[in-house]
Design a binder for this molecule. Structure first.
Ligand SMILES: [Zn+2]
Length: 141
């Protein structure tokens, strides 16, 4: 992949995540988040945060995108873009959920203006991650 193509892919994902953030249901945090996850076959799955009056029931944008994708038969991912107003990184729960399916995932962090602020492998964000390989009877992937 050339650098130009790489940048096009990244900015396309960021734009998809920005669109997804417009659907965020965030009446409590007032912190809209959008995510766009690219599956192995190139399909893009988007997600937004969906909060709840029972706060722990809230689901993040990254997990929304992941669960949508897995529920449609996807289990391989190579790239995710996450957008917030200030370039926030995925939370620990999302890092763990993403690690289950894509320990080699690349994470692009951007703001709602589309500026890419960080681009890092998941392994940098979740060092020594715990995954299926650590369990004696790993789930089939
Ligand atoms: Zn999260």
């Amino acid at each position: 992949m050339t650098t130009a193509n790489h940048n096009d892919v990244a900015s396309g994902l960021v734009q998809a995540a920005i669109t997804a953030a417009e659907h965020a249901y965030a009446p409590y945090s007032h912190y809209p988040v959008g995510a766009a996850l690219r599956a192995g076959d190139g399909t893009i799955f988007t997600g937004c945060n969906v909060e709840n009056a029972s706060y722990p029931a809230t689901i993040c944008a990254e997990r929304t995108a992941l669960v949508k994708a897995v529920s449609e038969g996807q289990r391989q991912f190579d790239l995710i873009a996450v957008v917030t107003r200030n370039g926030g990184f995925p939370c620990g729960i999302c890092r763990q959920m993403l690690y289950e399916f894509a320990p080699d995932l690349r994470i692009i962090v951007a703001n709602l203006d589309g500026e890419i602020l960080n681009d890092a492998p998941l392994s940098d964000l979740l060092a020594h991650g715990f995954g299926p390989a650590h369990l004696p009877h790993s789930a089939e992937k």
